[in-house]
Design a binder for this molecule. Structure first.
Ligand code: E4P
Length: 217
């Protein structure tokens, strides 16, 4: 499974990269607002040290506006994936960008049918929002399973990018189902390393090592 950092915070992205976990980055208007920096500037900085896809979302809702904005965003770097919402206009823009060889991340997916349409429009990534479905008592993982089955039934190339990931358990479940990617806040990605028995094991090994009175260097 590939991991994207779901943040526009450059320091956080660098840390995930240093841990060897980073396959790309997703941003959205809320994350850009949180970073408090000019959109194009921060995306350019991210692209300067991230080799994988970096999603940058259009703000326009109409087809012409999405094309205009996407044309500006894709010039920032070769690894930009244009993020468009799952609407009729977004699907039209997806079709144009993907036919021109630009990666497209179709975002705000909440149903299997929406995911089917995104695949037909040539999306590189479909972003089903697991956490936001869980928030309204709908099982987000069931959506990931349905999309996996549909994409496999018809051999669609579109990658399932499990999004709106809130917990380590979301990652585990999405990986078991076979989601191709997960995008998660850096804190969730870093949290995957945690296990109390690891901490306990380190503690007892350290105590025993001290008893030997030895040093390695
Ligand atoms: C996906 O690309 C989105 O940026 C993100 O996963 C949304 O997550 P949220 O529901 O925690 O805002």
């Amino acid at each position: 499974m590939k991991f994207f950092a779901d943040t526009a915070d450059v320091a956080e992205i660098r840390e995930i990269k240093d841990m060897g976990l980073l396959d790309g980055v997703t941003t959205n208007p809320s994350l850009i607002a949180k970073a408090g920096r000019p959109f194009k500037e921060v995306v350019a900085e991210i692209c300067s040290f991230v080799e994988g896809p970096v999603s940058a979302e259009v703000a326009a809702l109409d087809f012409d506006g999405m094309i205009r904005e996407g044309n500006i965003l894709r010039k920032i770097a070769k690894n930009i994936a244009i993020k468009v919402p799952l609407t009729v206009e977004g699907l039209k823009a997806c079709k144009v960008f993907s036919s021109e060889g630009t990666m497209v991340n179709v975002t705000l997916c909440f149903s299997a049918n929406q995911a089917l349409l995104a695949a037909k429009a040539g999306a590189t990534f479909i972003s089903p929002f697991v956490g936001r479905l869980d928030d309204i008592n709908i099982d987000g993982m069931e959506l990931i399973s349905e999309i996996r089955q549909i994409y496999d039934n018809y051999d669609y190339d579109t990658n399932i990018l499990a999004a709106s990931i809130r917990t380590a358990n979301h990652i585990r479940q999405a990986a078991l189902i076979g989601a191709d990617y997960a995008t998660a806040p850096p804190a969730v990605l870093k949290g995957l390393v945690k296990h109390p028995l690891t901490d306990k094991g380190i503690e007892s090994f350290l105590a025993d090592w001290k008893k030997t009175g030895q040093t390695i260097v």
